[in-house]
Design a protein around this ligand. Structure first.
Ligand SMILES: *[C@@H]1O[C@H](CO)[C@@H](O)[C@H](O)[C@H]1NC(C)=O
Ligand SMILES: *[C@@H]1O[C@H](CO)[C@@H](O)[C@H](O)[C@H]1NC(C)=O
Ligand SMILES: *[C@@H]1O[C@H](CO)[C@@H](O)[C@H](O)[C@H]1NC(C)=O
Ligand SMILES: *[C@@H]1O[C@H](CO)[C@@H](O)[C@H](O)[C@H]1NC(C)=O
Ligand SMILES: *[C@@H]1O[C@H](CO)[C@@H](O)[C@H](O)[C@H]1NC(C)=O
Ligand SMILES: *[C@@H]1O[C@H](CO)[C@@H](O)[C@H](O)[C@H]1NC(C)=O
Length: 481
């Protein structure tokens, strides 16, 4: 090898190493609000197979933690909002830390880096429910970590929605960013406390929601491939809402005197179904812009450099509340069964390849439930579809979604099938007052997949039994009324 070749080789090698390192900086959110969960060990293997080395949880579930034990994966465990009030007691907070952090802190245990105290507790739609309990919980948890001797390596933080700050309507630029006045006291206490403990500020940023919330929002601005009319702020052009939003937070922190505070993006992503803007093409476009940006450590105009980011989310969750919108159940970079939805290159090199899916997934038999051809009395169809969709996920049927093009019979079959699958294909669950039948024929249509569920884990079959009981109650009792 000539000296020149060696140099080129070393440079290439270094570039590869560099990329390899960059993959490791990406995290994902692992939510588990699904009727059929993949076994935690299968999910952890999937994280490893894709070089994902950080994971953010929404609780500290024991089976999840056991699966993560012995790996190097960095973990953010969480305290749900409904436990914030309880954490106002220091004894209770110490107990939580003992049970859910200290317990895993041994060689071969779980590599916990953060405790998320609450999840978007100041969301305006929560009507101040957690206004007075968030800061005391944060204090108690970090103090308990400190007392346990873990404070240097494990930080408590509060993942907040980007609606905790904004710019005034008459000066809508990032540099004018301030925290919301109604939560200013809480925010300044929290930020001061985070700073004292060298803990990061965690924010969830959703360009999709900017688009969803405002029909006049310029679509291109939600992505990263440039716009013709950037927002110019003190001479800085902003070409995407992610940067503008992030820098609005930097300015809000600066206004409180903490302009240098570390910021983690706790959630960012794009859903693939459940809305006109939630589809594979847009998700692909979003990640094709976001991932190279992150891998290149480009940061934002006023905060260039590395940003710690957790994608939302890992796997679709068919039990999530759809109060915010039908898209809520479709945020996964993987489908419900752990299979990748679209090409996605976490190294940010835009290689046209798919992530490694979950291995050895066990599916239920190839059986579907459909509207019985020739079913006569259709007067009860509506109530039966309603019933199915109350206990199973029919969000793909809605306006702008993948199955919106079905005809009325197709709608009924789709709903019946989703229910049948959620019920683990129990015979009774494909009846619908005689309107339905089981078929071995794959009744999927063009863009609309009639799915087969995966095999149930023990926790999901409990749920099935509960809703089966309700099913029986509803249909046995109804005629008596
Ligand atoms: C530990 O976390 C789990 C799961 O989030 C929760 O159910 C449990 O109450 C916590 N333990 C304590 C002692 O608070
Ligand atoms: C918040 O208040 C609105 C209007 O009063 C109500 O409809 C909604 O259910 C409340 N939300 C919560 C989480 O309490
Ligand atoms: C929070 O505390 C303030 C001040 O003590 C009080 O006025 C307010 O009602 C409390 N809010 C809630 C939702 O508990
Ligand atoms: C199918 O269901 C969806 C969602 O409920 C509805 O918007 C659509 O109009 C239905 N289609 C027909 C043909 O009934
Ligand atoms: C059913 O057919 C669809 C569309 O052809 C296909 O994508 C899907 O994999 C099939 N499902 C099963 C379980 O074979
Ligand atoms: C449809 O769902 C089946 C599982 O029921 C899966 O094997 C298949 O890959 C899916 N097809 C598409 C196009 O999503």
């Amino acid at each position: 090898m000539s000296r020149f070749c060696l140099l080129v080789y070393l440079l290439l090698f270094w570039a590869v190493l560099d990329k390899g390192f960059l993959v490791e900086s990406l995290g994902v959110n692992w939510g588990t609000m699904a009727t059929h969960k993949l076994p935690p060990k299968v999910v952890v293997q999937m994280l490893k197979d894709n070089g994902i080395t950080k994971v953010k949880l929404f609780d500290a579930d024991q089976s999840t933690m056991s699966a993560l034990a012995g790996t190097d994966i960095e973990v953010m465990v969480a305290i749900p909002n409904d436990q914030l009030a309880a954490m106002g007691s220091y004894d209770r907070a110490k107990q939580w830390v003992r049970r859910n952090v200290t317990r895993y802190n041994f060689n071969g245990g779980v590599n916990i880096k953060y405790v998320a105290v609450g999840n978007e507790p100041f969301l305006t739609s929560y009507n101040n429910s957690f206004l007075n309990t968030t800061f005391p919980a944060l204090q108690n948890i970090q103090n308990a970590l400190n007392e346990a001797g873990l404070g240097n390596s494990i930080k408590a933080t509060v993942p907040l929605n980007a609606d905790v700050y904004g710019s005034p309507a008459n000066n809508p630029v990032p540099s004018a960013g301030r925290f919301r006045t109604d939560i200013m006291d809480q925010m300044s206490q929290i930020v001061q406390f985070l700073n004292q403990n060298k803990a990061p500020f965690t924010v969830n940023i959703y360009p999709f929601l900017s688009l969803y919330a405002n029909e006049h929002f310029p679509v291109d601005y939600a992505f990263f491939d440039g716009v013709s009319n950037p927002i110019v702020d003190n001479g800085i052009p902003y070409t995407n809402v992610f940067d503008a939003n992030f820098d609005t937070l930097v300015s809000s922190l600066k206004a409180l005197g903490y302009g240098d505070m570390t910021i983690i993006v706790g959630e960012v992503g794009w859903p693939t179904d459940g809305d006109t803007n939630a589809n594979i093409n847009f998700a692909l476009r979003f990640y094709r812009g976001l991932l190279p940006k992150l891998a290149g450590n480009r940061g934002t105009p006023i905060r260039p450099g590395y940003i710690e980011v957790y994608l939302f989310g890992l796997i679709d969750e068919d039990l999530k509340s759809i109060a915010p919108g039908n898209f809520e159940r479709h945020w996964g970079i993987f489908r419900y069964d752990g299979q990748p939805k679209f090409p996605m290159d976490l190294t940010g090199q835009q290689l046209d390849k798919y992530l490694v899916g979950a291995q050895n997934v066990k599916y239920q038999p190839k059986k579907w439930c459909r509207l019985r051809p020739g079913a006569k009395d259709l007067s009860k169809l509506g109530e039966n579809i309603n019933f199915a969709c109350t206990f199973a996920d029919c969000t793909a049927l809605g306006y702008g979604s993948s199955c919106n093009g079905l005809d009325a019979n197709g709608n009924a079959s789709f709903a019946f099938n989703m229910y049948f699958q959620v019920q683990n294909q129990r015979d009774l669950s494909c009846n619908f007052q005689g309107l339905a039948e089981v078929t071995g024929e794959n009744i999927s249509q063009a863009n609309c997949n009639f799915t087969i569920q995966i095999e149930a884990t023990s926790s999901s079959s409990k749920l099935s039994q509960a809703s089966l009981a309700i099913f029986l109650a509803a249909f046995v009792v109804a005629p008596l009324l």
